[in-house]
Write a protein of this length. Sequence first.
Length: 131
Amino acid sequence: MLSIKQYPSKSIPADCLTPTEGHELDLYYLDFTGTKITELPQKLFKGLSKLKALHLPGLPITNISPGTFDDMASLQTLDIDYADLREIKAGTFANLVSLRRMFLHGNHRLTIIEPNSFPIFSHNLTFVDLR
């Protein structure tokens, strides 16, 4: 478990979570609650293949680039509640084949969800909160 709560900066280095070459990071839970990060670098989660839960609630991010979650095939829970998302582009969550629960509640400016944004053949996704 890694909690990066109250991280004071609005940006985060793209490689800060990347395991060193030849090593694998045994990280299963990652929490960014309370941070002010405005952008998720596309390679931020590279190498986090064992991560099961990612919590990003309240981050003032307006979009997530397709490919940001590509290395996270084991992710089961994704919480992006109360961010400032406005659009979800095709392919953004497409490689999250183990995803079971997704929380997007409170993204009141979210008006566009492009086709093929979510895993097409995932029978695991049982809950999506878009309220």
